[in-house]
Structure formats: structure tokens, C-alpha cells
Design a protein. Sequence first.
Length: 284
Amino acid sequence: MRILKVINNNIVSAVDDKNEEVILMGKGLGFHTKAGQQICTERVEKVFRLNDESAKGRFEELLKQMPLEHIQLSVKIIDYAKQVLKNRMNPNIYITLTDHIDFVIQRIRSGIDFPNPLLWEVKTFYPSEYLIGEYAVSLIRQELGIELKDNEAASVALHLVNAEYNTDMNNTMKITSTIREVLGIIEEYMGRKLDEESLHYSRLVTHLKFLVHRIFTNQILDDGETELSEMIRRMYPDEYGCSERIADYISGKYETCTISQDEITYLAVHIRRVFVELYKLEDE
């Protein structure tokens, strides 16, 4: 690989064997080197591939001013997340999470701590991502001796959710709070508390995550199953009515968001499954 630009003593921009631009990280990799020189691949600790030119520029600027140990921490967390989640993540996670980790470390060292208002929601709706957040908190404590609270695990988790769903932090927070509000509407309309430990509750939350994400990214399902909708309306009038209430709430709160008839129908079926399970438990 050939150096294009030295970013700092530990980071260089280079061209790989496929003539693609990459960013390379390694201790002392850029020290006493210059553009045009070949890089010994054995010294390379991490290869970053960002396809977007703007993202590459932002990442380079970020890396210029950041301690190597903060970048290495972020890389370890992201690599661990990829192993656990086994989902494709937007490469921009290297920008967003690395920037966040560096900011958190500086903030805590300055004695500044921010609460995360979505801590409960993140732990409940994104348990795998939250566990990775806990791993991040533990890793930072182990390698830097900095104690972080649970709210930082939730913040790391939200960055991972962003990368998984290919959205931004604003939409991710909207999606997360909307799921909480929808679950509240279900309990109020149906007059019963949901069993958060049940399998169907977990399936309902998963359905809501994808539903609300589709709503906020304008990828809503088209209407097409009108006969099915009418059948579900007749069979499960309470659950269907609850689903319509949710649709009205979302379109009222977010004027640009609408829910199709098919989405209302599928949501009603999930609500039905949750309460059928509750009915069975009450009869036992």
C-alpha cells in the first residue's frame, strides 16, 4: 500500500492493492514518512474504508486531533458490536462513535455528566445494543480508569442503532420515544398492563421498531390487502381499534407521517397475539 497523505504519527491515508483509498491506523505508522512511500502491512492495526468523500474528510479531521488510545477504544467497541449483532452497519459508525467516545472521556475528566432520558427505553427496546454499551463502559474503565454511568451505555447503544438502521440520532431518539408512547397507548386502550417478560411482547416491540423506522424514513408499506384488513377488523375489533388509535396519534404528532391500512392491520395482529397470551395466563 502506498501513502497518499500523512494525517498524524499514527494515521495515514493510502491506496490499497485495488487502487482504493483507505485510512490506515498503526502506532507510529505516519512517523517520519511521506506521500508516495510504501507501507509495511505488518505495522497496520486497522484499515478504515469509507466510500463517501465527505465522510472521509470528516473522519480525517477527527483523527488529527484525537489520542490514539481513544480511537483504538472505539475500534474495539465497534468490532465487538459487529461480532455480537451480526448486522451490516453504516461505516459512518467509525465517525460518530469515535467522536462520541472521545467527547465522553473529555467530559467525564472535566467532571461533567449528562443524564440520558431514554435509558429505560434503550435497555428495554435494544437489549443487545445496550449490552454492547455496557461492554464499552467496562472497557473504558479497564483501559483508562474512567468510571462511566449506565446512561453512557445507553448513549453508545443509540449510536449502534443509528448505524444498524442507517438513520441519524434525532430520528433514532424519536423512534425510541415513539415506541414507548405507542406501548402506553396499547395499555390504556386495552385496559391491561403488558407482560414485558413475554415472548409476544418482545415480538411486538420488534415489530414496532421496524414500523416506526419505516414511518420516519418514508418506507411505509403500500395498501393492498383490503380483504385481510376487513377480516381482522371483524375478528379483532378491539385490537384493530387500538391500532387505528395509534395511527391517529402518530399522524397527529408528526404531520408528515402516515400509516397505511396494511400497517394498521399487521399491528392489530401483533397486539392480538400479546393479549391472547395474557388471557391464557389469567385463565391458568
